[in-house]
Design a protein around this ligand. Structure first.
Ligand code: SAM
Length: 282
């Protein structure tokens, strides 16, 4: 029995259900339930919230979230081999865990949850960035979720919180910092996982702001930033040529020297550029 609940230790769960880790599914499991409970606490008070977890695997973080009092956890796992292990957790927490055996990129789980909603996950590295971008780019703001508490490879976490001028600064930093307050709240060495990955990981806590820091249309900002950072070493007047015939005038109107490179441009200036481009459309 573990210290946080009456269920067996995760090593036994993995052995019983023969859950040998699959690299293709990004499976690096957390087996220390004290650690998963600590990550769950970083999501804040869960007692009044529904929590979406992507990729519960054998259920380490799921058990942490439930032990920390989550009102409900909706867990979406692609690997059918994990279903029996997750059913045991469902039985131990009646009515509080719902499991969907699906690809998280294919379902819209937020429609099945009641606000306030928090998202907490040790994300598979191969779909983590795509899911984050989807959660960050709804048309309407504030989003349906209050906060994201997500484990990433540390290099990805650093891209989320990066400042202008740094190597890690790019699309992820801008999309994250425009409408949220992202912070790295924990670093984890490879040995925290089974099997151990090659690189360090980090937990990022991302709190949705009530409104964007600066006005801009999400689709325009997304397109401009993606195009600008696609050729990050080029001057903006050249990398953004395809965005508008008058790009130099729009850059100047936004207060950005046309010879500047994307990595030097602040979030505020990118928002001004998106607004200038939209105002030209009428
Ligand atoms: N939450 C567990 C933990 O912390 O030990 C497992 C984390 S492991 C890094 C990622 C999990 O995501 C695996 O269980 C994997 O099977 C699952 N997964 C991978 N791709 C997925 C997808 N597209 N949709 C849902 N789950 C996925």
């Amino acid at each position: 029995m573990s210290q946080i609940d009456g269920l067996p230790p995760l090593r036994d769960v993995i052995a019983t259900h023969q859950l040998s880790a699959k690299k293709s599914l990004g499976q690096n499991f957390l087996l220390d339930l004290n650690l998963t409970a600590k990550i769950a606490r970083m999501a804040g008070d869960l007692t009044q919230a529904d929590v979406l977890e992507v990729g519960p695997g054998p259920g380490g973080l799921t058990r942490g979230l439930l032990a920390e009092g989550a009102r409900k956890v909706l867990a979406i796992e692609k690997d059918a081999r994990c279903m029996a292990a997750l059913a045991e957790i469902e039985a131990a927490y009646p009515g509080r865990l719902e499991v969907i055996n699906a690809d998280a990129l294919e379902v819209d789980p937020l429609a099945h949850l009641t606000p306030p909603i928090k998202i907490a996950a040790n994300l598979p590295y191969n779909v983590g960035t795509e899911l984050l971008v989807r959660w960050l780019t709804p048309t309407d703001w504030p989003p349906v979720w209050e906060s994201l508490t997500l484990m990433f490879q540390r290099e990805v976490a650093q891209r989320i919180v990066a400042d202008p001028g740094s190597k890690a600064y790019g699309r992820l930093a801008i999309l994250s910092q425009w409408r949220t307050d992202p912070r790295i709240v924990m670093d984890l060495p490879p040995e925290a996982f089974t099997p151990a990955p090659k690189v360090w990981s980090a937990v990022v806590h991302i709190k949705a702001l009530p409104e964007p820091r600066f006005p801009a249309n999400p689709a325009t900002l997304s397109r401009v930033v993606a195009t600008a950072f696609n050729q990050r070493r080029k001057m903006l007047r050249s990398s953004l040529k395809g965005v508008s015939l008058d790009i130099e005038a729009h850059l100047t109107a936004a207060g950005i020297p046309p010879t500047e490179r994307a990595e030097q441009v602040s979030l505020e200036a990118f928002c001004a550029l998106a607004r200038s481009l939209d105002s030209a459309k009428g």
